[in-house]
Design a protein around this ligand. Structure first.
Ligand SMILES: NC(=O)c1ccc[n+]([C@@H]2O[C@H](COP(=O)([O-])OP(=O)(O)OC[C@H]3O[C@@H](n4cnc5c(N)ncnc54)[C@H](OP(=O)(O)O)[C@@H]3O)[C@@H](O)[C@H]2O)c1
Length: 303
């Protein structure tokens, strides 16, 4: 976070000459010049002469002049899919960090409830139709994309891949500093069932690292659990809609396949994903590249 800087112009006060009036009466003789810094420390410049001044004549300091150095523009975060399960938690986390938050999705705010939602600027637009969101990136310093979904293979490629690639390119052109993409863990053997989903995710990841080699962060969770809001109802099963749930729902025969390794990935809480996403989008020291589920859990435990 940016810290506002307020500086005070240095004050010239004689401290060495004991015959001069006390500091409360701000006069100066140039036999010794001392500077009062903003931290209140006195230090001598060692100069004995001010050109053009009679050295016997005290210089009256009328008053200290305060200069307000404007803080850098505040962080402006755009959450793509801020009305979704992960996106809404990302918005809340970012607001708690004092960021200015906006969201873009096809349905805008849709059915998102809660006081926090009133603090978000909701834009309606489709990432697959660039004319519908061309001004949304104005002034934005970082982006977190929570856009993804399921359907036919071609639809999954478009929503996970093309939509995010469009956003990554536009953000790079606008000079956005950091971009976090919520991708997904690789389920290797099961990937062919959701081919479009994983191919889309991979294509977006490649584009992100090519356009944001220093400010691009990819989060690869497996299961994400937490409270999912559907209309005014809160479902405690965030796992619904995860790639693994889709695989198990659509491919019953796979239950008999000895799927080892990736299926044992630990589920991760949606608040942890949101926390790491917001940090990755604002902390310039956050390392670029992919973060797996263990990395997400590790970063989420850090303050
Ligand atoms: N949930 C999990 O367990 C899990 C696990 C691993 C990875 N992930 C990944 O995490 C991300 C978020 O998942 P989620 O569960 O939060 O999904 P979600 O609730 O379905 O949210 C998806 C968001 O994307 C928006 N969106 C979809 N297509 C769009 C488009 N063309 N233009 C603009 N916005 C669009 C949706 O809003 P509109 O419908 O209003 O457009 C919605 O806000 C996804 O990429 C998902 O693949 C999720």
């Amino acid at each position: 976070m940016a810290i506002p800087l307020v500086g005070t112009v240095v004050n010239l006060i004689d401290t060495a000459d004991k015959s001069t009036p006390p500091l409360s009466s701000p006069t100066l003789t140039p036999s010794s010049i001392a500077c009062l810094s903003t931290k209140g420390r006195l230090f001598s410049t060692g100069s004995d002469h001010i050109p053009g001044k009679n050295i016997e004549e005290p210089v009256k300091v009328e008053e200290a002049e305060t200069v307000n150095v404007l803080p850098p523009p505040s962080e402006k975060l755009l959450v793509l899919g801020g009305n979704g399960f992960v996106g809404s938690h990302v918005c809340r986390e970012a607001l708690e960090h004092g960021l200015s938050v906006s969201s873009l999705s096809r349905s805008g705010r849709s059915s998102v409830h809660g006081a926090w939602a009133d603090q978000v600027i909701w834009h309606q637009g489709n990432l697959l139709v660039p004319e519908t969101w061309k001004d949304v990136l104005n002034g934005v310093t970082s982006v977190i994309s929570c856009v993804g979904g399921f359907g036919s293979n071609s639809y999954m490629y478009k929503i996970n891949g093309t939509a995010n690639i469009n956003a990554i390119r536009a953000a790079a052109e606008q000079g956005v500093k950091r971009f976090v993409y919520i991708s997904a863990a690789d389920f290797s053997i099961a990937n062919f069932i959701l081919q479009g989903y994983y191919e889309g995710k991979k294509a977006a990841e490649v584009e992100l690292m090519s356009k944001f080699p220093y400010g691009g962060v990819i989060l690869r969770p497996g299961f994400i659990y937490g409270t999912r809001q559907v209309g005014s109802v809160k479902l405690p099963l965030g796992v619904i809609g995860s790639p693994m749930a889709m695989i198990l729902q659509h491919a019953k025969p796979l239950n008999r396949v000895p799927l080892i390794g990736p299926l044992f990935l630990p589920p991760v809480n949606v608040t942890s994903v949101a926390k790491v996403a917001v940090r990755g989008s604002t902390d310039p020291a956050f390392p670029p590249g992919a973060v797996d589920v263990y990395g997400i859990m590790r970063f989420a435990q850090q303050n």
